[in-house]
Ligand binder design. Structure first.
Ligand code: LLP
Length: 418
């Protein structure tokens, strides 16, 4: 069964009517399906059972500790980009020895904490970062396991803001410089070279760019082997796309099969860092219609969810389906085109434009595919409290993050008293 589906014109999250969750917790609210998180993660695990592997869920997609805990119980590793994400993994009972640490500028304090916890590997992105990791590891009397993020210069054919594997992007080390960089790392006293990684972008809907990237990395791995530098794991990052609208991304199993074929016969452990393909369609965000404001030019529906709650439409022009939580029997006759705009004081504050809907004030809507890069990108702009997060598990509803209050927001601020 689907995680979110209609039963008798009511949208359900697993076995719970979304309107009942709203009655208790209000809106806007993020609602997740435990089964969806588990199924999406297991699609990777099941496709990889016959090869050495580690699936490191990209924490940035959805970092609620209940989410991390659910995935950790299935054996997940984690891809982190800050000590904050690392502490979340720890708080969620995750296994630090399955953590890969990505990101272009890890601080000394972050490196120190990661070494203390004994993470799996640092995905280093520059010569300067290698120096820093080597220094901190030396001070701690430790050796840091290192992978270098190679920028393979392939076009991921996705939105420019979420494309990361082109040579003009800030990420990783160029193919031309990679060998020299590996030699340096190999020679450093407190580093132990173990892997190679890349991440070419997000919301990819084709397999080919992954294969192209991988082929470039495999050539480097062979060249390094000739110099006695043995790469033990290949980390292909995240990036597999999902269906928001009419995209046709490859199924996880097909994607993994294509990759496995390419490494057959090699002694390489495969690591993946999926975020969106696990989280996006495991969540929705609910929002209520406050006012209808039809004008000569546009019909505006002003809703209680805004760009601070869900930034993707404003930031990337991203399209996410918006559906009624309760379908009125005569809805078909009363549909109009609406722009769904939030209360934030910005023209760019919209969740959807020209959506064909039958709307009345007070109606509850669900923005679909909101489980990834939804809550994690939310902010307090306009001093709005961040939304509540709910995890549905069968017929059980768990509050996994209470709605923020103004007290939460004011914590840490003070008057200068002069
Ligand atoms: N690994 C690394 C090093 C990454 O930078 C990312 C995402 C991932 C893994 C996970 O990628 P995924 O499987 O989720 O595509 N905020 C944007 C997406 C930014 C992705 C950044 N990096 C959005 O809402 O579309």
């Amino acid at each position: 069964t689907q995680a979110f589906e209609y039963r008798a014109n009511q949208l359900f999250a697993e076995d719970v009517a979304v309107k009942d969750i709203h009655a208790q917790y209000g809106s806007p609210c993020y609602i997740y399906s435990r089964a969806a998180f588990e199924n999406h993660f297991m699609a990777y695990e099941n496709a990889l059972t016959d090869v050495p592997h580690l699936v490191c869920y990209a924490v940035k997609a959805n970092s609620n500790i209940a989410v991390l805990n659910i995935l950790s119980k299935l054996g997940a590793g984690f891809d982190i980009v800050s000590v904050g994400e690392l502490e979340r993994v720890v708080a969620a009972g995750g296994d630090a020895s399955k953590v890969v640490f990505s990101g272009v500028a890890k601080t000394e304090a972050e490196i120190k904490r990661a070494l203390e916890l004994g993470i799996y590997c640092f995905n280093a992105e520059s010569d300067a970062e290698l120096d820093r990791i080597n220094k901190v590891a030396g001070e701690q009397g430790k050796t840091a396991d290192i992978s270098l993020r190679v920028n393979p210069d392939v076009d991921a054919k996705t939105h420019p803001y979420i494309s990361t594997g082109l040579k003009e992007n800030k990420f990783g080390i160029s193919v031309d410089h990679a060998i020299a960089c590996y030699q340096r790392a190999h020679a450093m006293e407190h580093l132990n070279v173990v892997g190679m990684d890349c991440h070419i972008g997000s919301q990819l809907t084709e397999i080919q760019p992954f294969i192209d990237a991988m082929d470039r990395l495999l050539m480097l791995i062979d060249a390094l082997a000739e110099q006695g530098i043995i790469i033990k794991h290949l980390d292909l990052g995240g990036g597999l796309g999902v269906v928001y609208d009419d995209e046709q991304p490859p199924a996880v199993a097909d994607f993994i099969d294509a990759i496995k074929q390419r490494v057959e016969g090699r002694n390489l452990k495969l690591i993946f860092e999926p975020g969106r393909s696990i989280a996006a369609n495991a969540g929705i965000m609910t929002t209520q219609v406050e006012f209808l404001k039809p004008t000569e030019h546009k019909n505006f529906a002003i809703i209680d969810g805004a760009m601070n709650d869900l930034l993707r439409p404003s930031l990337y022009g991203a399209w996410q389906a918006i559906v009624p939580v309760s379908i009125r029997p005569d809805a078909e006759q009363d549909k109009k085109l609406w722009d769904l705009v939030g209360p934030v004081c910005e023209t760019g504050d919209f969740l959807g434009k020209d959506r064909e809907l039958d709307l009345q004030p007070g109606d509850l809507l669900a923005v679909k595919s909101a489980g990834a890069y939804g809550f994690t990108m939310s902010s307090n702009y306009n001093s709005r409290n961040r939304a509540a997060e709910i995890m549905v598990d069968g017929d059980k509803v768990h509050l996994i993050r209470q709605r923020e209050t103004i007290e939460h927001q004011l914590t840490g601020e003070q008057l200068i008293n002069e």
